[in-house]
Design a protein around this ligand. Structure first.
Ligand code: NDP
Ligand SMILES: O=C(O)C1=N[C@H](C(=O)O)C[C@H](O)C1
Length: 264
């Protein structure tokens, strides 16, 4: 391990700038984060690391907080490095299931004071769309999630869709809702989408799109559609910067940027 104490006091408190490194710095979202960090008065861009660059740049540059927008296949190794080196991490990369989260909790237990935020979506509109969907879900018989993204997206369903479905399922369980009606007994595999805790999730990959989601709810003689559109990847950066500024105050694992917001 390169350091024995967490670098968990935002140095801006002492007048210095908080040193922020970006993993996936040349990617579609990472490059927007680089611009946003560079433009923030209280932050200093300490490292830009992309595929093929040495991750040790982070420790060599005394990076205090890392932002990761890379790929589901590499993010766990990146986080192992950060936690071992007592660097806080704000993670947008998707692909986190319960087993990955459990692994992170184990690693963080060995690194007191280090904070890791995993947020399936950093845009405020998407966070509210998820929250509104969970609030509405127990009031309707039917609910399904449709996510729509650019065709270069690595994973399906999107992390946002998976999390939305989990939140909806939890809200319906808590309210004692019966299973969603669906009489389908024949057809082609996949035609009804993926099943996330009893909630159907459908994925579209369409050239020209960025990141979009609809949650369609239905009851007796009515439907409600809750839709969010990220039209530009800049939509993710205010949430990322909030995470960067606050992560040191949240040691351990946090899932969802909403934990940092006052939504209740
Ligand atoms: N939470 C949120 O709000 C959002 C999350 N995302 C998620 O973020 C991730 C990235 O998305 P996006 O920017 O569109 O993808 P991109 O493919 O455009 O960017 C990923 C970048 O990471 C690079 N990379 C790959 N491996 C490593 C590594 N080991 N170390 C450093 N860099 C590496 C890639 O290089 P190369 O291409 O050469 O492999 C690429 O430049 C996805 O999981 C996506 O779902 C996206 C938008 C918002
Ligand atoms: O890959 C993307 O583009 C996005 N990924 C995240 C996800 O999988 O939910 C967030 C947003 O949908 C954009």
């Amino acid at each position: 391990m390169a350091a024995s104490v967490a670098k968990n006091a935002p140095s801006s408190a002492a007048g210095a700038l908080l040193r922020v490194g970006v993993l996936g710095a040349r990617g579609k979202v990472g490059s927007e984060v680089v611009k946003a960090v560079s433009g923030a008065d209280d932050l200093e861009l300490s490292a830009e690391v992309d595929h093929g660059d040495p991750i040790s740049t982070l420790t060599e540059t005394d990076t205090q907080v890392v932002v990761d927008f890379t790929h589901p296949d590499v993010v766990m190794d990146n986080l192992r490095f950060c936690i071992d080196n007592r660097i806080h991490a704000v993670v947008g990369t998707t692909g986190f299931d319960e087993s990955r989260l459990e692994t992170l909790r184990g690693l963080l237990a060995e690194a007191p004071g280090v904070g890791v935020l995993i947020a399936p979506n950093f845009s405020i509109g998407a966070i509210l769309m998820m929250r509104f969907s969970a609030i509405a879900a127990p009031f309707f018989e039917s609910v399904e999630v449709v996510e729509l993204h650019h065709p270069t997206k690595a994973d399906a369903p999107s992390g946002t869709a998976r999390r939305t479905a989990e939140m909806i399922a939890a809200a319906r369980r808590a309210a004692g809702c019966p299973p969603i009606p669906d009489a389908t007994s024949t057809g082609l595999d996949g035609a009804r989408g993926a099943d996330v805790e009893g909630i159907r999730v459908h994925g579209l990959r369409i050239r020209g799109l960025v990141a979009h989601q609809e949650v369609v709810l239905g009851g007796l003689g009515e439907t409600l559609t809750i839709r969010h559109d990220s039209l530009d990847r800049a939509s993710f950066t205010p949430g990322v910067l909030s995470g960067v500024r606050r992560i040191a105050g949240f040691p351990g694992l946090t899932v969802g940027l909403e934990s940092f917001l006052d939504l209740d």
